[in-house]
Design a protein around this ligand. Structure first.
Ligand code: SAH
Length: 342
């Protein structure tokens, strides 16, 4: 059975041509899927019964099951989904004053082996298809009966290690006949795969880029993120600088504050030096402890000092508000538990 959400409007149009149907059928189906909230092909009342039956045989639009749902005191909702093949993935919905933001998963497991992250507790089993990422948004919208306005590809997985599927996903949700989520409301977060950053520079799309930096020098970054041994920080900086030149977009640098590891004021100065001249801002992230890894979140005062030093050095910085700390909010935590790794 094919996942209907894997199809772009162009691909659906080709499909309808191949079964000798009018091309505008594709637009009709797209609008049922993304604007009129169809839950089954039978809902698509402007298609003939025969056509609906034919679609039912070939396509599924029920590709995710909610296995578990945790609601945090701050309104954050964490979903554990089961895919058609039985795999488990997570999505996290965060409520902001500017809208509802969904953090989606892009791979089952992850191969990047960052030492502080729960996702890597399970090696990558496979990439998600575009439609499996799209369906995370659809399912959540149906569950809360409201629109998701912002999407961050920051769940389990490395999006640039699944580049084509992730970009196809972005085009489907950004399409005016699709979910029509504005490009500026879509962010892809990478641990720094340079080939991906280069390709992303060429997409000609106004989506955002976030870089998981988490350290201000190669020595510490090597320790936290093995990818740094392949792409050291100088190379990464060059790729990001080219990205900014080409796209004119501001880049977010994520920096998890880890007690006694990367939170000394000296590193704030190194970080400021690294970012000098880049159109960038830093998002300091409170660490969600993962029992296996032994890292601790930095103290509030240490974070304040670090932040103020960046401000003093004229680096734009925000402190990420914590969401869902009481519900295993960090990437892969719930899934790892339910899969028996934790
Ligand atoms: N692979 C991509 C996207 C997934 S990780 C990337 O590296 O950006 C999404 C973000 O969550 C990254 O910045 C990651 O470093 C961070 N993260 C992972 N584990 C965390 C934890 N336990 N607490 C806080 N942030 C975490």
């Amino acid at each position: 059975m094919k996942n209907i959400y894997d199809y772009s409007l162009e691909q659906l149009t080709e499909y309808f041509a191949s079964i000798k149907q009018k091309p505008f059928r594709a637009k009709q189906v797209f609008s049922w899927l993304y604007q009129k909230d169809a839950r089954s092909f039978d809902d698509m009342s402007d298609l003939s019964k025969d056509l609906r039956n034919q679609l039912k045989v070939e396509f599924s639009l029920d590709v995710l099951k909610i296995k578990e749902k945790q609601v945090s005191r701050d309104g954050t909702i964490k979903y554990l989904f089961e895919l058609l093949d039985g795999s488990l993935i997570e999505s996290v919905l965060m409520i902001h004053d500017y809208g509802k933001s969904l953090c989606v998963t892009s791979q089952i497991g992850c191969n990047m082996k960052c030492t502080f992250c729960a996702s890597g507790l399970l090696r990558k089993q496979r990439d998600l298809t575009p439609g499996e990422i799209v369906a995370q948004i659809i399912k959540v919208q149906q569950d809360i009966d409201q629109r998701v306005s912002h999407v961050v590809v920051m769940g389990t997985g490395e999006p640039f290690d699944n580049y084509d599927n992730v970009m196809e996903f972005v085009r489907i949700i950004n399409h005016p006949h699709g979910l029509a989520i504005g490009a500026r409301h879509i962010t892809i977060s990478t641990c720094g795969l340079i080939k991906g950053i280069k390709r992303y520079s060429e997409e000609g799309i106004q989506t955002n880029l976030a870089i998981s930096l988490h350290a201000a020098n190669d020595e510490i970054r090597d320790e936290l993120m093995p990818i740094n041994k392949v792409h050291p920080m100088d190379d990464l900086r060059e790729a990001i600088s080219e990205y900014i030149d080409k796209t004119n977009r501001r880049v977010t640098f994520e920096y998890i504050m880890l007690k006694g590891v990367n939170d000394d004021i000296v590193y704030a100065r190194q970080l400021a030096h690294y970012l000098r001249g880049l159109n960038a801002y830093v998002n300091l992230i409170p660490y969600n402890s993962v029992d296996e890894h032994g890292y601790q979140p930095s103290d509030k005062e240490t974070v304040e000092i670090f932040k103020n030093e960046l401000l003093r050095l004229h680096i734009n910085v925000t402190l990420r508000k914590e969401h869902g700390r009481d519900i295993d909010g960090a990437c892969g935590q719930l899934r790892a538990k339910r899969s028996g790794v934790k």
